[in-house]
Write a protein that binds this ligand. Structure first.
Ligand code: GDP
Length: 399
């Protein structure tokens, strides 16, 4: 049965699937039953800093709204008390000894220091949350600020030391119109994160913003768009024996990201015709849009590896269309490692979810890193004591 859509670009997914995982029940049989989605990749999310906390919250809400049950647990960590208060989730305040709950004010070195100093407390708060069921840990942070920018790499390092599962970072790049300090912070953070995390899934804050939006509305739109992409990605993979060959599982997500470095995630959806044959062009066109206009990192098309997931009702997914779309992704990305799979969902729409691994050579990253390097002097000036501007002769006194 086809469920009612809630909005133009929204999925109405089945209810929670927990408890079905690992059962002997034939998975395909479960497709028509609301409540069966056993291929979820179980993840634990840790938001660091303000943007990290807000995006984590959006991810948790999407997962629960869809009833996927992919998020096993979540935690928000910050040095600014006021940013933790509105989150309505479990939180840890770090750096109280140094900054007394007031945040690190865009100083990402201090952000790294306070995370290091309180790492034991943060890791302690995660005890019991990262259970044997967890298949990945995701550290979420805005890279242009202070606490998330400095704290996320430190936390990834700690987590990888202790846990066997992959530790991914979900990092937000500042928009092009944000100041020099944001660019420098993000450049330094990204460089370190790429070393400390198993892969850095990068989101460009300019990617989903529409003109005329306030900064806050813009952030909310980015958070929603990312929550949908990442939420669907987690929900689209879990290794379950007996699953039909074409159904994607979590090892494919993990293998796509295995090369490390930077990754990006694209998404596009469209109304589906009831018959698979009629959907061949739809599948190829949503795949193109997922890469060219719907990516978390616009202009990142060259990749080492890719995973193309087509979500929708199994009888509406055309094999021929999926094959064509996959070959197109191979040509565009130049990757010989393009994996593919279906994500059976009871919906009257089809969606393409395209995960790219190893995109660090892309133009957007190179331009960004160059700009971050160029911004160093300017950022130093921004950081200088503001009172010093009164002492120089650049502006004449009025009287
Ligand atoms: P921190 O609290 O010190 O880690 O700093 P922030 O998390 O506020 O990081 C600042 C960066 O995050 C800037 O580049 C902002 O543009 C961006 N940012 C802040 N809030 C949000 C948000 O809710 N969503 C997104 N996508 N970006 C945000």
């Amino acid at each position: 049965m086809v469920q009612k859509r809630r909005g133009a670009d929204q999925w109405s997914g089945p209810r929670s699937t927990r408890g079905v995982v690992g059962s002997d029940r034939p998975v395909r049989e479960g497709l028509n039953i609301r409540g069966c989605l056993p291929w979820i990749m179980k993840t634990v999310l840790i938001g660091v800093g303000q943007a990290g906390g807000k995006l984590t919250r959006a991810l948790v809400e999407f997962d629960s709204r869809m009833g996927f049950g992919a998020v096993l647990g979540s935690l928000a960590v910050n040095s600014a008390k006021t940013d933790l208060q509105p989150l309505s989730m479990d939180t840890v305040l770090i750096g109280q000894a140094r900054v007394k709950g007031h945040g690190v004010g865009g100083d990402n070195e201090l952000g790294a220091e306070v995370m290091q100093a309180d790492a034991t407390e943060v890791m302690g708060s995660l005890d019991g949350r990262i259970t044997a069921e967890a298949e990945a840990i995701v550290v979420v942070a805005g890279l242009g600020g202070g606490t998330g920018s400095g704290g996320a790499p430190v936390l990834c390092q700690e987590l990888r030391r202790v846990y066997d599962v992959p530790v991914y970072a979900l990092g937000i790049l500042p928009g092009r119109n944000e100041g020099a300090m944001y660019q420098v912070n993000a450049g330094r953070s990204l460089k370190t994160l790429t070393r400390e995390a198993d892969s850095v899934l990068l989101v460009d804050n300019d990617a989903f913003r529409s003109s005329g939006e306030s900064l806050e509305e813009g952030f909310d739109a980015v958070n929603e768009a990312i929550a949908r992409r990442v939420g669907l990605l987690f929900a689209s993979g879990e290794a379950v024996e007996g699953v039909g060959e074409s159904v994607v599982d979590s090892s494919e997500v993990i293998n796509t990201l295995r090369g490390g470095g930077i990754s990006a995630l694209g998404y596009a959806a469209a109304e589906a015709a009831p018959d698979a044959e009629e959907n061949i062009n739809i599948v190829t066109s949503i795949t193109r849009r997922a890469l060219l206009t719907g990516s978390s990192l616009p202009d990142a098309t060259e990749a080492d590896s890719a995973l193309l997931v087509i979500a929708g009702r199994p009888d509406a997914i055309p094999r021929k269309g999926v094959e064509r779309a996959r070959r197109w992704v191979e040509e565009q990305t130049g990757s010989l490692q393009v994996r593919g799979g279906d994500f059976p969902l009871d919906s009257d729409r089809l969606a393409a979810l395209l995960l790219l691994g190893g995109v660090e050579r892309s133009d957007r990253i190179e331009t960004f890193m160059e700009r971050a390097r160029e911004s160093i002097d300017q950022a130093d000036a921004e950081r200088e004591d503001p009172s010093e501007q009164w002492a120089n002769d650049d502006l004449d006194d009025l009287l």
